[in-house]
Ligand binder design. Structure first.
Ligand code: VGL
Ligand code: ZN
Length: 207
């Protein structure tokens, strides 16, 4: 089987009680763990920002979290400080069964640029290396789950499709932030790009 499960950012700061909590973010853990057990290959991503990162509202005086600003690479939503390297907020959720993971891709570590996608940073050109890794390993089919549906999951799936991977998003094993209708917007974009959205729970594996 050449299909990989890519588990996006199941970290404490995106779960209830965290700095950028996604509503019910932790409720996906039983499904995510089941998917991890079922897939032949498992890859995790980890949002991993240095303190003072340029995507934090705290780095832009006069702004507040969820404002938008213009960066050299385009529009950027400003976030509360989150997933700071080495903090417990950046750790994977305690219940995540990460043992089977073959690779952990860290992203967002360049101070001057944010990275939603597991493949490219927000300038849309700086690669993380994941595309090359998967191609070199002969993995051509990808299934995505995790947090947040309308940011890191969606951008990753869109890039996967653009790079020629067969991409599915297991929607019931995702939760969204939903800023200004972003779940609907990103869902439509994924559909337009040929990403398959799977709604049913517990059917991650296509045989
Ligand atoms: C994410 C906003 C900022 C995500 C990461 O994982 O979806 N969203 N950093
Ligand atoms: Zn982030």
């Amino acid at each position: 089987m050449n299909e990989a499960l890519i588990v996006i950012d199941v970290q404490n700061d995106f779960c209830p009680g965290g700095a950028l909590a996604v509503t019910d973010g932790d409720s996906i853990l039983p499904q995510v763990n089941r998917l991890i057990a079922e897939f032949p290959h498992v890859i995790l991503t980890q949002d991993w920002h240095p303190a003072g990162h340029s995507s934090f509202a705290s780095a832009h005086p006069g702004t507040k979290p969820f404002d938008s600003t213009t960066m050299p690479y385009g529009q950027q939503t400003l976030w509360p400080d989150h997933c700071i390297q080495g903090t417990s907020g950046a750790d994977f959720h305690d219940s995540l069964d990460w043992i089977r993971a073959e690779l952990i891709v860290r992203k967002g570590f360049r101070p001057e640029i944010d990275s939603y996608s597991a493949f490219f940073e927000n300038d849309r050109t700086t690669p993380t290396g994941l595309g090359g890794y998967l191609k070199e390993r002969g993995i051509s089919k990808l299934a995505f789950c995790g947090l947040a549906l309308d940011y890191c999951v969606a951008y990753s799936a869109l890039d996967a499709a653009k790079l020629g991977f067969e991409a599915r998003v297991l929607v019931s094993a995702c939760r969204g932030i939903d800023l200004g209708g972003s779940v609907a917007t990103m869902t439509a974009q994924m559909q337009d790009a040929g990403v398959t959205l799977v709604q049913e729970s517990f059917n991650g594996r296509q045989n």
